[in-house]
Write a protein that binds this ligand. Structure first.
Ligand SMILES: [Zn+2]
Length: 209
């Protein structure tokens, strides 16, 4: 009787360990495949912003092999019936096509066009780095449609959070800003490269894939 009880406990422990292992694999898959990604649309060869169904990926990973399917695409609903062949790009390099990864790499080696502060140590949670349009208007990335990022990186310039806040305030409330006597407001320094080097690399990677 005692031996049977011990056997039941061992079997229950083995089943529990197995379930926990499969659940852990699912959790890892969920965090690996969530988030907005940029792909090169196989139909148009242009950039598209897509999101993988991370819950489905987690469930199928937990049950065996991960199965990817799209949850959203910037070309939907017009092209919702497509074959989702862009998923192969995500399978091949899930981290590289994440928008967060692309933006982080785009700021590497860059400095703010206003204050020249290096932008490699970035706070993406509270003081997110911003960008400046060629006409010197600054934006946050949340105002930019993700599918336009490769194009935006070719012409926009990097700006730190503090300079974005200051220039936005100056633009919106010019009457409330008084510059110190004899001191001109800070002007942006035009960088020859801005974001463009990183964007071209990313484009060529997309085309190769
Ligand atoms: Zn700055």
């Amino acid at each position: 009787m005692m031996l049977i009880s011990v056997g039941v406990y061992i079997a229950a422990a083995a089943v529990t360990a197995c379930i926990l292992f499969l659940a852990w694999r699912g959790v890892l898959a969920y965090f690996r495949f969530r988030g907005v990604r940029l792909v090169s649309c196989p139909e148009t060869a242009e950039s598209a912003a897509v999101e993988v169904n991370a819950r489905h990926a987690a469930l199928t990973r937990g049950l065996g092999h991960v199965d990817l399917q799209l949850k959203s695409c910037s070309r939907w609903p017009e092209r919702q019936g497509c074959g989702q062949e862009c998923l192969r790009q995500i399978e091949a390099a899930p981290e590289d096509c994440l928008v967060r990864t692309i933006l982080t790499r785009s700021y590497q080696g860059k400095s703010c066009v206003y204050c020249r502060k290096p932008l490699e140590e970035m706070d993406w949670l509270e003081h997110r780095p911003a960008l400046m349009r060629p006409d010197a208007v600054t934006f946050e990335w949340k105002d930019i449609p993700p599918e336009t990022i490769p194009e935006v990186l070719l012409t926009y310039a990097p700006v730190c959070w503090n300079c974005h806040v200051a220039t936005s305030f100056r633009r919106r409330y010019p009457d409330l800003v008084i510059d110190r006597k004899g001191r001109e407001p800070t002007k942006p320094v035009r960088h020859k490269t801005a974001f463009s080097a990183g964007a071209q690399n990313y484009h060529s990677e997309l085309i190769r894939s």
